[in-house]
Structures are given as C-alpha cells and as structure tokens.
Design a protein around this ligand. Structure first.
Ligand code: NAD
Length: 294
C-alpha cells in the first residue's frame, strides 16, 4: 500500500458513465450498486438470460428498499433506468470506467479486455474484478496498461463495504484515483493495494481457512467451530463463510495462494475444502455445503 486511497482520489476524475462486462452474481451486484448511488451503468453480457437474471436481482434489491420505506416506487423506477442492459458494445465510446466481471478465466478475460480497449476512448479506465488473477498478467496484452487496474468487490456487492483497488506495475496514479473515486461514489470503502496473489483480504482469509481445514482433519466439529468464532465476535464462522463463497471458488483461490506462497500455503490436496468439492458439496450455490440449504 503506497498511499492512502484518499490521496489518490484527488488525482483521478469523477465517473459519469460506467459499464460492467458480465451480468452474473458480481456484475449484477455492481450494476445495482452503481445505479442505486446514481452513476448510470451499461451492463453487457453475451447471454440474454444472464442480463434478465441481473435485472431481476436489481429489481428485487430495489424492491426491498421500497418495502423498508427507503425509496418510493417512483425513485425505484428512476434508479432502475440507470442500468442500461446490452448485448453489444454500441455505447462504450462514452464510458469513463469499465469493470470487467466475466468468468474467472485468464483467456476469456484477455479476450474481453482487449476487445473493449479497442472501442473505448483513450482515457477510459479499465478495471477487472478478478479475485485471483494477477493484474500485471492481465495488463500484458493491453495497449494502455497505465489505464488498467484491479477493482475487487466482495460478494454480495450491495452489503460488503470493502473494494480492493489493485495497482499494477504500470498503472498510473490517475487510473487509481478515478477507480477510488468511483468506489467512493458507489458508497464503498476503497483500499489501494499492490498486485500479489490473494491481494490483501485473501492473504488473511485463506490462512484462516487453512487453520479451519487442519482442525477438521483432526476431527473437529464444524458447527462447534462456527459457534466459537461467532462467540468471538465474527458475524459468521469459517464453515458458513465457505458455504457463501462457494467451495469450487475457494479451492481455486486456495491453489493460487499455494502457488504464490508455497512455504506457508502449500497443501496436500486432501484438505476439507477439496473433500467438499469431491463430494459435490459446493455450498449455497448448489444447496449443500457444510450446511444444507433449501
Ligand atoms: P458468474 O459466472 O456469475 O458471471 C459471469 C458472467 O460473465 C456470466 O453471466 C457470463 O455469461 C458472462 N460472460 C462470459 N463471457 C463474457 C463475455 N465475453 N462478455 C460479457 N459477459 C461474459 O461469475 P461471478 O461470480 O459474477 O464472477 C465474475 C468475476 O468476479 C470473476 O472474475 C470472479 O473471480 C470475480 N469475483 C467473484 C466473487 C464471488 O463471490 N462470486 C467475488 C469477488 C470477485
């Protein structure tokens, strides 16, 4: 962390029009959050179904605000118009900042980022919501790597305040500043971190999950551990948190951490998280993880 987020903010420009690539769990959440705080956002996917689902989720979240008396029906309708769903890059020339939130696959991300870079203005900021891929690795194929950085949101986007703004080797201060400004405009708490495996949060979270896995290997009871961590003051224990994150996602991140920090994070592939995946217990996403879901 080189400078505090606030120092960067002055160096960037404010985002009047944003875009998100991918209307999945994260893309849909990012579109909702931007629209809800007043920044218009284009939401692009390659599948019409995905866009429908993203919009449905946004409508549901706005609906809850109406139920709680925080928004009127008119305000909800107006904020919903801030999300412009699209299957094409038609209006991308007017976008100040793009958040790429497509599947966690470096080749797909490379393709999407180079495609969009060719269509946006020279000063448009490109960001990626990747959880595990190096920002310098993704910058390799870009013509303007100075305009690129990570913008890592957490799930569910509307509830999790933190956003990691990841600065690559060639990212400019202005790019970081614009990204920090946009995160703040979305009502989030940005932190600026350097590019490394796990960025900041997962470097803390995965050693914690690893401690939990060791306890399980020694015959620990996951419900008991969860209750202990709740009594310690955390909002949820590790087993429940893994169910929320998704076991497949966690295995992937665990492997990235093992590769990045072999001395501390290497594992034998037989840990609790891997065993859950082997038994098709992926967590809330397929209704069965450590706990069972409807
Ligand atoms: P998801 O599978 O729910 O959504 C991905 C979306 O991308 C799909 O709708 C898919 O149709 C779309 N897509 C694929 N190729 C595309 C293309 N070429 N152009 C436009 N859209 C395309 O995935 P997700 O969970 O929302 O994750 C997206 C990104 O966010 C990943 O990089 C992931 O690592 C990261 N992330 C996920 C979480 C999480 O908890 N799910 C948290 C933080 C970051």
């Amino acid at each position: 962390v080189k400078k505090q987020a606030g120092q960067y903010e002055k160096l960037g420009h404010s985002v009047q029009q944003a875009a998100v690539l991918g209307a999945g769990i994260m893309g849909g959440g990012i579109a909702y959050q931007s629209a809800s705080k007043g920044t218009p956002i284009l939401m692009k996917d390659i599948k019409g179904d995905a866009i429908e689902l993203g919009l449905k989720e946004a409508r549901k979240l706005f609906g809850k605000q109406v139920e709680r008396g925080k928004l009127t029906n008119e305000q909800m309708a107006e904020r919903l118009t801030n999300i412009r769903p699209t299957l094409s890059y038609g209006d991308f020339g007017e976008v100040d900042l793009v958040v790429e939130a497509v599947v966690e696959n470096p080749k797909v991300k490379d393709g999407v980022l180079t495609e969009v870079e060719a269509l946006v203005a020279d000063n448009t900021v490109l960001t990626s919501n990747t959880s595990t891929i190096s920002i310098d690795r993704l910058a390799q194929n870009l013509k303007r790597p100075e305009n690129f950085c990570g913008m890592h949101f957490f799930n569910p986007v509307h509830r999790m305040p933190l956003v990691e703004v990841i600065r690559g080797e060639r990212t400019s201060d202005k790019t970081v500043g614009t990204t920090v400004a946009y995160a703040r405009a979305m009502g989030k708490t940005p932190i600026v971190v350097n590019d490394c495996p796990g960025f900041l949060v997962n470097r803390i979270l995965f050693p914690y999950f690893s401690g939990f896995s060791h306890l399980m290997a020694q015959g620990g009871d996951f419900e008991h551990v969860d209750k202990v961590m709740e009594a310690f003051g955390w909002p949820m224990g590790p087993a429940y948190l893994l169910d929320v994150v998704g076991m497949d996602t966690a295995v992937h991140a665990q492997d990235v951490m093992a590769e990045g920090f072999p001395d501390r994070m290497a594992h034998d592939g037989k840990n609790a998280i891997q065993l859950m995946v082997d038994n098709d217990r992926l967590g809330q996403k397929n209704g069965k993880g450590f706990y069972a879901y409807e």
